[in-house]
Design a protein around this ligand. Structure first.
Ligand code: F6P
Length: 343
């Protein structure tokens, strides 16, 4: 029997609750005690925890967000916080820790594991789907389905008004949401962080479409996309604890450029946090559940410093260190398929 802590860190996403439920249910079956840590690494710094039981995880499978709460706290940032983490791990008598998060949360997990501070198993989450060593992260499927539905809705208003509709979606360094939601929603142009925006090309594609008789177009752009000679468009200069700046605004800039260069009336819709909210899709519920069960299995087998991952249709374990080395971005091959439908 082990005392196992679980935390969720970084931006929330649909599918976190299925993981928590699975970790508790499988953990309980295997004789472990599961401790919920509130608000990511913050809860470990502040020793803010509670014991999970059947009632805590009951009725949460279909709920978005996380019953544990989350934060973007980095225990390596502020002097003294790391020591608090070490002290609290001891005080709480945690034999193992399951960290559910994206690049930042798992980056911390990997460091803590490497430095021998905690026995850690990582679980990959993010709507951005940009973690390496796993085919998919949960949260992504829900996000792209939500975004696709929004694009469907925007089609009818764009068509009625004969407008260009620019749809800004999330995706800091990787354009997976824009690519897949855009492809599924039949976008006429998809612009992603991996490939700089060429305004001449964008406008000539839109004109080509217009000349074919179409009087409206949908352009999907990821928040992290940049113009050829530009930088990412940000909302403010302040950085978070992991050094990230708040993105947003590329849609407006792009719309202005399009309208000026083509003369076509253009509007913008920023989907924002809508993409992170709501009930997880069946895919994300199942993936989260499978990840949670596997995470406990790794704890029972004392296989630490690992991350659970999806490979094909199998749940596997990969070195945590490998998974956080670099982000998984959109490859040319996939983008080329989307491009077939541009214009
Ligand atoms: O990490 C997922 C993500 O959705 C990014 O695409 C986005 O830039 C970021 O979160 C914004 O999150 P927040 O405003 O909560 O820090």
């Amino acid at each position: 029997m082990a005392r196992v802590g679980i935390l969720t860190g970084g931006g929330d996403c649909p599918g976190l609750n299925p993981v928590i439920r699975a970790v508790f249910r499988k953990g309980f079956q295997d004789g472990h005690e599961i401790i919920g840590i509130r608000n990511g690494w913050k809860g470990l710094i502040e020793k803010d925890t509670f014991k999970l039981d059947f009632s805590a995880v009951s009725g949460i499978l279909h709920k978005g967000g996380t019953i544990l709460g989350t934060s973007r706290t980095n225990p390596y940032k502020k002097e003294g916080d790391l020591q608090k983490v070490k002290d609290n791990l001891k005080a709480l008598k945690l034999d193992a820790l399951i960290a559910v998060g994206g690049e930042d949360t798992l980056g911390v997990a990997s460091k803590l594991s490497k430095e021998g501070i905690a026995n850690i198993v990582g679980v990959p989450k993010t709507i951005d789907n940009d973690l390496s060593c796993t085919d998919y992260t949960f949260g992504f499927d829900t996000a792209i389905n939500t975004a696709m539905e929004c694009i469907d809705r925007l089609h009818s208003t764009a068509e009625s008004h004969h407008r260009i509709m620019v749809v800004e979606v999330m995706g800091r360094h990787a354009g997976w949401i824009a690519l897949e939601a855009g492809m599924a929603g039949g976008a006429d142009i998809i612009l992603i962080p991996e490939y700089p925006i060429d305004m001449e090309e964008v406008c000539s594609l839109l004109k080509k479409r217009h000349n074919r008789g179409k009087t409206f177009s949908i352009v999907v752009v990821a928040e992290g996309a940049k113009f050829k000679e530009g930088t990412m468009v940000t909302q403010e200069e302040k950085l978070d604890a992991f050094g990230h700046i708040r993105l947003g605004g590329i849609g407006e800039k792009l719309a202005k450029e399009i309208e000026e260069r083509t003369g076509y009336e253009t509007r913008v819709s920023v989907l924002g946090y809508i993409q992170r909210g709501g009930s997880p899709t069946a895919f994300d519920r199942i993936l989260g559940t499978r990840f949670g069960v596997k995470a406990i299995e790794l704890v029972s087998a004392k296989k630490f410093g690992k991350m659970v991952a999806l490979s094909g249709n199998k749940i596997v374990e990969v070195p945590l260190e490998e998974a956080v080395k670099e982000l998984k971005t959109v490859d040319q091959e996939f983008y080329q398929i989307a491009k077939v439908f541009f214009g």
